[in-house]
Design a protein around this ligand. Structure first.
Ligand code: ZN
Length: 105
């Protein structure tokens, strides 16, 4: 199960974007993949299909496996090993940073 959520800041652990940080802008739970802002940029050529439309190259982020990233703890700013804690109030599962103990959400 992926513990990464939309809006999280993550760091890339491997590949050409290794060490880069970005914000999760989309999750694809079915494939266990995520799309991270500015990470895994691919160039796509588009052709003008209508008059007045420009053809050219569009850059967009390609999905990457969520196991390739690690969450950055919003409090200590370090790569966070995530733990799970059950909220006493709502009985919901909360993610905590194992380093500083901060509840992430
Ligand atoms: Zn932390």
């Amino acid at each position: 199960m992926s513990r990464i959520k939309k809006g999280d800041e993550v760091v890339v652990l491997s590949g050409k974007d290794k060490g880069k940080r970005g914000k999760v802008i989309e999750r694809i739970p079915k494939e266990d993949k995520i799309i991270v802002e500015g990470i895994s940029i691919t160039k796509r050529h588009i052709r003008a299909t209508r008059r007045g439309q420009e053809s050219g190259i569009v850059e967009r982020e390609a999905p990457i496996p969520s196991c390739k990233v690690m969450l950055i703890c919003p409090r200590c700013g370090k790569r966070a090993r995530i733990g799970i804690k059950i909220s006493k109030v709502s009985e919901e599962k909360l993610r905590i940073c194992k380093k500083c103990g901060e509840v992430i959400d």
